[in-house]
Design a protein around this ligand. Structure first.
Ligand code: ZN
Length: 179
């Protein structure tokens, strides 16, 4: 490979990284909305042709629904907006590695690419527990990039759980039931 080709590839990679960071920042903004509702701070945006076409954030407790994950909300909006359940030309940005439900929905939507902030070792299905996004046996695989703004994304989660623990400690103990 010629030197010029290598340089161009390097430039393209750094450009892609900058673009990924820009949209991950938007996903972090969505995560902050969840944080404000005392929900686990997870946010998501879907991008097509260099434009955000849908956003979503975790509302599991607020909506009292196990389906109310950031990615599902964004996928629903993106499909509504494009008038198509296929999101073939789209990239999904999410602050935390998707769970099995969301990874399943991403494959169902035939999403082109997924960009993840930080990993979720105990529940993630984009490489941690499983990699549902890239199972050869399925009819669709999504391209995957991980570790974009990883520090910011994981820091937000850590902060959230730290505050949650503090709140629990501060809360007065319930009187014990008499036995
Ligand atoms: Zn999920």
């Amino acid at each position: 490979m010629g030197r010029e080709t290598l340089e161009t590839e390097k430039e393209l990679r750094s450009l892609q990284r900058k673009t990924d960071e820009k949209y991950m920042k938007e996903a972090l903004k969505q995560a902050k909305k969840a944080y404000a509702l005392e929900e686990t701070p997870i946010g998501c945006v879907i991008v097509r042709d260099n434009r955000i076409i849908a956003r979503g954030y975790n509302r599991r407790n607020t909506d009292k629904s196990p389906l109310a994950h950031a990615e599902i909300a964004a996928i629903k909006r993106a499909s509504k907006k494009t008038g198509d359940w296929r999101l073939e030309d789209c990239t999904l940005y999410v602050t935390l590695e998707p769970c099995q439900m969301c990874a399943g929905a991403i494959v169902q939507a035939r999403m082109k690419r997924v960009v993840v902030g930080c990993m979720n070792p105990k529940a993630g299905c984009a490489g941690s527990v499983l990699n549902l996004l890239q199972m050869e046996a399925f009819n669709h695989q999504a391209a995957l990039t991980t570790g974009i703004l990883e520090e910011e994304c994981s820091q937000m989660m850590k902060q959230f759980f730290k505050e949650l623990r503090e709140k629990k400690t501060l809360r007065p103990k319930q009187p014990k039931e008499t036995e």
